[in-house]
Design a protein around this ligand. Structure first.
Ligand code: PEP
Ligand code: MN
Length: 337
């Protein structure tokens, strides 16, 4: 619910009204402008009768917000959110590049790939330790050992770690051993997991569900933010459509839509989007051109022997070439990479 105040309402009157509204059990987020100010009410507004608020002489109008998400809504937070991770940021002018293998497979592999992607300009290292596989017989990840190996790679390269959490039982371990916690597409609507992640103070990379709408993605972000953790980074990774040539269909339009609806950073995953290594390059370029705040790319030293997603992983030398070409596109849209 939004309360639009009469022009030139004094700050004293705004404070008094804020207290009254808070008494109704909602949190009040003020947006104070030079001409007009508005108060965003966050919380359960269903029991509030708008005419009670409109009776206040300083209130011009009360509006119900169309979108059911509030904390993630740009209306209440006009500035872009910039998430800080150990001195690096996601959501600012610099496009963040997260790169690494689908899964951590061995110490040699993760350290080799980490060194390579760092050399070519990646700012973050990805690598799955707990893998959400369609088949229970497929490689499930090295689990806790994988987290240890990621930390060895971090020690060597300084790259912050992005890795997927699947169970609320592992949250404490992930707080200690990771820099950004990834919530995979399959868990985007695991609401109990999201609620637990709302209680912590760690950046969350929230991937769009396989058949989730943009609004559903934002509602999942809202679950995390409603708990108090506002460090949410969204990720478009392709959605299920009738097209079967590609693994998923990359919804590039999600970027401008999310930029309009939300202040949260949005990252594109060109690897899971198409499921083909030779499509990573053109899709990554399109992502930068369309205004994405970052990329998460699967890079493997030997894709043919990868234990997971080799078909969509690019080799370090292709990553190197891509990074060079992305610089030109980033500059053309006023960004850095
Ligand atoms: C991954 O990043 O390796 C992954 C499993 O991604 P998604 O959840 O988007 O399928
Ligand atoms: Mn993968």
């Amino acid at each position: 619910m939004i309360v639009i105040l009469k022009p030139k309402t004094s700050s004293d009157d705004i404070k008094k009204l804020t207290r009254k509204l808070e008494f109704l059990g909602v949190t009040v987020n003020p947006v104070i402008g030079t001409e007009m100010s508005i108060l965003g009410l966050v919380g359960d507004t269903t029991k509030i009768d708008p005419s009670y608020i409109e009776a206040n002489p300083n209130v011009e109008r009360v509006m119900h917000v169309q979108e059911p998400f509030k904390k993630a809504n740009r209306l209440f937070h006009p500035e872009n959110t910039v998430v800080d991770i150990n001195g690096q940021s996601i959501g600012g002018n610099k496009i963040a590049v997260i790169a690494g293998p689908c899964s951590v497979e061995s110490e040699d592999q993760i350290i080799m790939v980490a060194n390579e992607v760092k050399k070519y300009g990646a700012g973050f290292l990805r690598g799955g330790a707990f893998k959400p596989r369609t088949s229970p017989y497929s490689f499930q990840g090295l689990k806790y050992e994988g987290l240890e190996l990621l930390n060895k790679a971090k020690l060597e390269t300084g790259l912050p770690i992005v890795t997927e959490l699947m169970s609320p039982y592992d949250i404490e371990t992930f707080i200690e051993k990771t820099d950004i916690i990834q919530v995979g597409a399959r868990n985007m609507q695991n609401f109990e997991l999201l609620k637990e992640l709302g209680k912590i103070n760690k950046p969350i990379l929230l991937k769009r569900g396989l058949s989730a709408t943009i609004e559903e993605l934002l509602m999942s972000a809202e679950y995390i933010m409603a708990g108090g953790n506002e460090k949410v980074i969204l990720c478009e990774r392709g959605i299920r459509t009738f097209e079967t040539y590609t693994r998923n269909t990359l919804d590039l339009s999600a970027v401008p839509v999310i930029k309009k609806m939300s202040h949260l950073p949005i990252v594109i995953d060109p690897s899971h989007s198409a499921g083909k290594w030779w499509m990573v390059e053109p899709l990554a370029k399109a992502a930068v051109a369309v205004g994405a705040d970052g990329l998460i790319i699967e890079v493997h030293n030997d894709p043919q022997k990868a234990l997971c997603d080799g078909q969509q992983s690019i080799k370090p030398e292709i990553f190197a070439k891509l990074m060079e070409e992305l610089k030109v596109i980033a500059a053309a849209v006023g960004r850095e990479i």
